[in-house]
Design a protein around this ligand. Structure first.
Ligand code: AVJ
Length: 320
């Protein structure tokens, strides 16, 4: 079977302990405490993320859906007949409906770390697209995974919407795209949704919503540590922090300690200074030409880029 090999540094989890446990132990002993953003997406976190997508301040989802709707026929023509659409981080599989509705005889391979959430989404999708072969793959899309046989004989089209690629630093994004080029193979295409650089006030509002859903999503990481790793963290002594780092061109999310404290996780103690943070997410933003240059370095040919009228979001079609 074709293999997805997307992260050269990825090591298998230590036997008897979860990868989550290992990554928490490692991340909380770094000088800048850091936790990988992929751990947001347990079933509770996936639900909270779906609520973020509906927020008035969170423009990316509805803007990208508008772009995909306006250009569904262009994207279907780009993909061609009998393509295998391989979605990285498929979540609730909402946006793919716009493409499946326009494509001729597609197959669909969603890849997501949140297995239960994905399976429920695919069950709903099958009801509406009964003739589309589908084969979900439960994995972190940066890890190796066997691609299912339903893709054989089909042109492979990667689908990576939502600016999930922004969770990588530019170097990581380039490595991901290069590796995906090898995986998807000669003649492949890639449809990538990328959030654009814009007025920092708009970005600030999108990651600091008034209802506090983004705060709950961020702090769910601590709740998940309590649930799965016998953590004894008092969430009342931490708060959500999100800001635009202009020098790095990214929104950063952190969890800030509201006092000097020690917390116990699975028997180990971790000390926090007052105001010390855990860096939980990068959300990198790219001008159109910046992302096209990055894609070229990774071995892709940028064919076309669609944006909305307000220049909030972009959808790139890449070929190789
Ligand atoms: C799914 C990574 C694209 O960065 O905007 C939303 C996640 N974090 N609000 C983003 C997220 C806070 C989202 N991505």
């Amino acid at each position: 079977a074709a293999m997805l090999r997307l992260d050269p540094d990825a090591l298998p989890p230590v036997e008897g302990r979860s990868a989550f446990y290992d990554d928490v132990m490692r991340g909380l002993t770094l000088r800048q405490k850091t936790l990988p953003a992929k751990y947001f997406y347990d079933t509770e976190g996936s639900r909270l993320f779906d609520r973020i997508c509906e927020l008035p301040e969170y423009y990316p989802t509805r803007t990208e859906i508008g772009i995909l709707r306006d250009h569904a026929d262009d994207i279907a023509a780009f993909a061609g007949e009998k393509a295998a659409l391989i979605e990285f981080g498929s979540g609730s599989s909402t946006k793919v409906r716009l493409l499946l509705g326009a494509m001729r005889h597609p197959a669909y391979v969603p890849i997501d770390i949140s297995g239960e959430h994905m399976i429920e989404a695919v069950e709903r999708l099958r009801l509406d697209y009964p003739d589309v072969p589908m084969h979900p793959v439960e994995t972190d899309f940066t890890q190796d995974a066997a691609l299912p046989t339903i893709i054989s004989g089909r042109r492979r089209i990667g689908f990576f919407p939502g600016s999930t690629i922004g969770n990588f630093t530019p170097d990581q994004a380039e490595a991901f795209l290069r590796r995906a080029a090898g995986t998807l193979g000669a003649g492949a295409g890639f449809v990538v949704g990328v959030d654009l650089k814009k007025d920092p006030a708009v970005l600030h509002a999108a990651y600091n919503d008034r209802q506090g859903v983004t705060a709950a999503f961020n702090l769910n990481l601590l709740a998940r540590i309590n649930r799965e790793l016998h953590g004894e963290i008092d969430l009342a002594h931490f708060r959500h922090l999100a800001f635009y780092n202009a020098a790095a061109g990214r929104v950063e999310m952190h969890i800030e300690s509201l006092k000097r404290q020690r917390v116990r996780i699975a028997g180990d103690m971790f000390a926090f200074r007052n105001g010390e943070t855990i860096h939980t997410e990068n959300s990198c933003k790219y001008a159109v030409d910046e992302f096209q240059a990055l894609a070229k370095r990774a071995g892709w040919h940028p064919e076309v880029c669609f944006t909305d009228a307000d220049k909030l979001f972009s959808v790139h079609l890449l070929a190789r």
